[in-house]
Design a protein around this ligand. Sequence first.
Ligand code: NAD
Length: 287
Amino acid sequence: MNIETARLNDGVDIPVYGFGTYQIPADGSAYRAVREALDLGIRHIDTAVAYFNEQEVGRAVRESGIPREEIFVTSKLWLQDYGREAARKGIETSLRKLGLDYVDLYLIHQPYGDVPGAWQAMEEAKADGKIRSIGVSNMTPAIWSAFVPQFDTMPSVNQVEFNPYFQQRELRAIMAKENVRLESWGPLAQGNKDLFSEPAIQRIAEAHGKNAAQVILRFECQEGAIIFPKSTNPERIKSNMDIFDFALTDEEMDAMRALDKGKGSHDPDAPGVAEFLISAFDVHAND
Ligand code: NAD
């Protein structure tokens, strides 16, 4: 199956559908899940230093038998590695763990601390051919306007919570001006059953002979988001990607848009978030 690509503002092409690996442990599960996704034709894998599974993700990519240039790999720098020097080392460590010469996309995972310093290191790694495209994550409109004007290079993407319950209208308007793509995390609202049983979604699913997850993911693609839902269940990995043979009508798109609550499960602007995250995920705990 050939999944279409989108051209980012730096000219890099990214498959619009990928596979997320958050909370898939490095006990063989991450390796198996990524191999499964690649075997099914997915060519875009999203990992992060803070997922502690880069080694297995990289090994699955390397052992898949698929030419490296056909797989789009994303990883993300974590908070302990911000500032220019720390970020330089963090990027090297990440590449070493992945066992790859370059990553396709690298993100500033959380927008706190010395983000401009970390961004400079990302720009340098891009110039050195170690990263093809650089982006950010979890930037709200307020955080975006605090940091992005300090950058020389415009981010190619902002990876944020996005699903029918949280459609990020204000942020999308800001990003659209710079041709920055939205990558959706939590495209299935992390399995929120309320969302799956929304009458509008059930109705649309029935009309197309699809399930609720497929309708949600299809909606997001039609809205222009890049998505990479997570599952470790091979049946679900397969069915989640089966969304390229139907399209929601304008009326159905409006019904999906009407589900927006304007609020997600995570508020990056809330006080104490940075402190919480840095203590919850210590990526150097085992150094
Ligand atoms: P998701 O919305 O993809 O939901 C995953 C959960 O949905 C699974 O655990 C499973 O329980 C359920 N699910 C999957 N397929 C289903 C189906 N067909 N029917 C019913 N339930 C189903 O949530 P996510 O994993 O948090 O987000 C996707 C990816 O985004 C992550 O794996 C990760 O790569 C990335 N992410 C990034 C950030 C960030 O801060 N940048 C945060 C969270 C996630």
